[in-house]
Ligand binder design. Structure first.
Ligand code: IFM
Length: 455
């Protein structure tokens, strides 16, 4: 086991498919296929160019350096380094990450690498994707190959980003690639994602015992906004699929009873002897992506529909926050970040210190830069300050939080919503690819400097 440094690592995060572009330099992924389905991506955009980061990474690292971060969290595109997901690795694809890592280290920024942020090589979907056990073996092979290439310099690894999304948005509601709506397959994918995590961590730790290994989960707290019986009854069922179905097996407790009965027989049916022990391979740190709490009310069929995502939510819908929400229609609930951090400390200390690996908000920014060349985004600044205060509140209550990564460095491809939703603290003009810092970038820079001065 490896100790992360004490204190908070300040960082910013992105993900491969969302920023890289350079479609010609990699194999086809499930997201390329999904983007080709008419209507699947709201604005009809795709991952072919996005921020063109593969060609502009030096400029982006310079932005990180000016921001003053300690660390940069990015993901490797599996199909860039292993185009079909099995067999030969691409020297050209690995070469890109090799140069990126060197550029970061040269700027004094530590690379935090996520191995899987949803862009499965399409060939692996043809053999069953995450619903198939075969993908587990493929993932371990891929993880070891990337570590072979970068592990002399990369010492912070996360296996998966938000496996709930890969399993339940990808196979439950089908609003994400591969666009499947089948709770049985979502349950199987849940198990295989966890198993691939545990096996990869064990194999990578054998290869490099001096690196720190984690997984990144999107956890939140569900609340009954209207206090109705329907909403209250849905809360533990939501919690089982969103939170504890991941946390409990990672903590060595097996799958929680609520999840097993809700997903019967698909979840338990996927488990083979020895799997739970492998999933519980010790972690050096746990990544938490936090955006907002889930607030439910009684009611069916409203948008956004939640009953498709997982069973147990047939009689509820999520409360629409209206103008009080972000451009995603998400409520703003900073206290919820403190709550989740406190819960992790109280109920899951075995999972190690927590790193907030993503936190941020989308707004319809006014693109015009002011006289000082900065794009004004007052509500993102407000959201950032509120969540940094919530992080501090958790630390004041004794929670061992070791990092905070803003989502996202750049405006980027927001999955099924395409290029229309902007989470960046730096604006990207998707026609010219010009980068312009927003006020939130400067606010975050000031917050980091102030935190360092206090430390
Ligand atoms: O853009 C995503 C990211 O890929 C995963 N976490 C949530 C972000 C905002 O939706």
């Amino acid at each position: 086991m490896v100790e992360l440094p004490q204190g908070v690592v300040w960082g910013a995060a992105t993900a491969s498919f969302q920023i890289e572009g350079d479609r010609a330099g990699r194999g086809d992924t499930i997201w390329d296929a999904f983007c080709r389905v008419p209507g699947a991506v709201a604005d009809g955009t795709d991952g072919d160019t996005t921020c063109d980061h593969v060609h502009r990474y030096r400029e982006d690292v310079a932005l990180l350096a000016d921001l003053g971060v300690d660390a940069y969290r990015f993901s490797v595109a599996w199909a860039r380094v292993q185009p079909t997901g099995r067999g030969d690795f691409s020297a050209e694809g690995l070469g890109f990450y090799d140069r990126l890592v060197d550029e970061l280290l040269g700027a004094g920024i530590e690379p935090w690498v996520t191995l899987y942020h949803w862009d499965l090589p399409l060939e692996l979907q043809h053999t069953g994707g995450w619903a198939s056990r075969r993908t587990v073996d493929a993932f371990v092979e891929y993880a070891l190959g990337v570590q072979d290439a970068l592990g002399d310099r990369v010492k912070r690894w996360a296996t998966h980003n938000e496996p709930w999304c890969a399993a339940w948005l990808g196979h439950g509601s089908g609003v994400h690639a591969p666009g499947i709506r089948d709770h049985a397959l979502a349950a199987r994918a849940t198990h295989h994602l966890l198993l691939s995590h545990g096996r990869a961590v064990a194999a990578m730790r054998r290869q490099d015992p001096d690196a720190a290994y984690g997984i990144v989960l999107n956890l939140d707290t569900a609340r009954a906004g209207d206090g109705s019986d329907e909403a209250r009854a849905a809360l533990p069922l939501y919690d089982a699929v969103r939170n504890t179905v991941w946390l409990d097996p990672l903590a060595g407790r097996g799958y929680p009873e609520d999840a097993v009965s809700l997903l019967h027989p698909h979840l338990a049916g996927a488990v083979e002897p020895g799997d739970l022990e492998q999933i519980a391979t010790p972690l050096d740190w746990l990544g938490l992506n936090y955006y907002n709490d889930a607030v439910f009310e009684a009611g069916e069929g409203a948008v956004p529909t939640v009953e498709l995502v997982q069973p147990g939510l047939e009689l509820v819908r999520q409360v629409d926050p209206g103008d009080a929400g972000t451009a995603m229609g998400w409520p703003i609930t900073p206290d919820g970040l403190t709550d989740v951090l406190v819960r992790l400390q109280e109920e899951y200390p075995v999972l190690g210190p927590v790193v907030v690996t993503e936190n941020g908000s989308a707004w319809d920014d006014d693109p015009a830069a002011g006289p000082d060349g900065v794009v004004e985004d007052p509500r993102r600044v407000e959201y950032l300050h509120a969540h940094l205060a919530a992080l501090q509140a958790a630390r004041d209550r004794g929670v061992d939080v070791r990092g905070y990564f803003a989502w996202s460095l750049l405006d980027n491809f927001e999955w099924a919503l395409g290029l229309s939703k902007r989470f960046g603290i730096v604006r990207v003009d998707f026609d010219t690819l010009e980068r312009t810092p927003k006020r939130s970038y400067l606010a975050y820079r000031d917050a980091i400097a102030a935190a360092r001065a206090d430390a």
